[in-house]
Design a binder for this molecule. Sequence first.
Ligand SMILES: Cc1ncc(COP(=O)(O)O)c(C=O)c1O
Length: 670
Amino acid sequence: MTQIQPDHASTQPASRPARTGLAPGWTIDDSADAYQIRLWGKGFFDINPSGNVVVRPGRTPGAEIDLFEVVQGMRERGLKTPVLIHFSDLLERRLRDLREAFDVAIAENGFKGNYCGVYPIKVNQQRRIVEEVRKYGVPLGFGLEVGSKPELLAVMGMTADSPERLIICNGFKEDRYIEFVTLAAKLGRNIIPVIENLTELHLIVSHAQRLGVRPQIGVRVNLSTPGAGRWRHSSGAKAKFGLSLTEVLEVFEFLKARGMQDCLQLLHCHMGSQIHDIRQVTSGVNELARIYSQLVRMGAGMKYLDVGGGLGIDYDGSQTSFEFSMNYTLPEYASTVVYKIMSVCDEEGVPHPTIVTESGRAMVAQQSVLVFDALGANRPDRVTAPATLPVPAEGEELPRPITELWETYKAVSERRLVEQYHDALEARDEGVRLFSVGHLSLEHRAMLDRLFWATCAKIRDRVREMDTDDVPEELDDIEGDMSDIYFCNLSIFQSLPDIWAIKQLFPIMPIHRLNEKPTRKATLADITCDSDGKIDRFCDDHDVKKWVELHDFQEGQDYFIGVFLCGAYQETLGDLHNLFGDTHVAHVRLDDDGDWWIDEVVHGDTVREVLSYVQYDVNDLSAAIRRECEIAVRDKRMSAAESQAYIRAYEAGLSGYTYLETGENPVFNH
Ligand SMILES: Cc1ncc(COP(=O)(O)O)c(C=O)c1O
């Protein structure tokens, strides 16, 4: 895709600094402020003097990976963007952060219980990620959480060498699932099925009795504390999961009647993902700890208090109670959970439990960055007004909307901006109406558009010169309406589904050229044939804005954009819209000398693979192409060499990446 060429010079005064002559006075600190990287980056991301984004996996200045270099390095290995880059050392750091936060909170509060973080693998089930969480988690005493039978079978196979690790089984469970869990317990695994409904209880007890196992059992309670934010329905009266208090008591009585009350060892709740307000944690944990304590006093064998997930990520760096931020830090979260549980247990006179958290997002979100290339840009303000209006033919007049727009265009002045904006809209609408009933020619319709955009650009340029506080409300959107569209080599539906599904905000910024002032404001469009495949909401300082600042797109030069903090949920929720498949994935590490290296590459889907996912027999497709070629040769529409080139192009396409592979050589040369 190419840049849409201007037919005239831009109305913007010299808005295009040459790459060689950087904007005077613009520094990487200005870029850091513009993109707020030091706020949402939390020490993991910054900009180096070359103007490239760096990743500091251990938050140690100097021990850093230049993201632009990684992308270039991947290209040298034949791996083009889009690419998802995982930073294994950053993942390890996050797991340690979690452990350390709870260790500090436990020590500071004099809490006598223990702490165990479990990773819910649904948050990112990619084999390599789960393996790393398991590996780094072993010395930290961490376990894993599963929510389905397939997840359980994967985890069981992966943890055969560490049977003492806690495995928590949530989600709906049928006979087979529970029989398997019971056998795993017999094998010596530290595994706890969490009851989601009473049928599961009956199955657990009957399998345990049949197999002679004394099971550890958990129960998920549905708190009355209302949830908050996007996932507020994960708790409260209308929640999909969890037992009411009456049912929890029923579970206890059922077990007691069979002399199994000591088996009830874990109480669980999940108040929703991305809890942005610490007050919700405080009240939810308080309620949970009360229920826990009462169960202990009634004689249940309680040991674990599982507060579920919810620990947030500060996606916009504002550290507020905005839904894609959080008004607390990790140490504050740990301290709140530990202190609340301890004070309730002390009041109720019961021993302190082992606290379990199921914080998946907080473990894996930061370790992934998606990098893609811009393919071209559409700039509405490249269209400018002509120097004069065309002279109408003898006896004819120019249509009124055109002459009115022309007058408005010429008269744009700061004092009448709102009025002139409305005049422009009205004239444009009137012109469109006339065209639709056949009273405006195609040439005049095109002239109308041209004058309209030129007028808007002029008004926008005046608005930019004003103090923000003086900008009239009616013109708030003009910047967004006039923003460029950068066409980008990615599928939102495959790589960032939450942007489409729940309007999730991620930090998005170029990964290079950051010692150069970004002069364009743009939205991003992906390469799917779907108008929803776009990004038009971006993090702003305490707000959401409709564009992101980007550098002028230059034809023939690479421009790479990164989406940060996208390691949670995106990979497995992605879909095959337009048959764009999984992107390449690179696992990048930093060695002790400060050099980065690629530990593992997982190649993205080929076209052949995605076709087979939707039940095409690729051999049949190839055979049909070959036959068509032979007929074309027989009928002399193609030479044999051309037909072979066509077949080679088809086969190369099948083995190729599903994304745009720009710059490839032609298959056939005369
Ligand atoms: C039962 C359970 N535990 C843990 C999690 C992970 O929570 P988070 O996204 O806060 O990491 C979820 C996610 O919804 C969940 O349903």
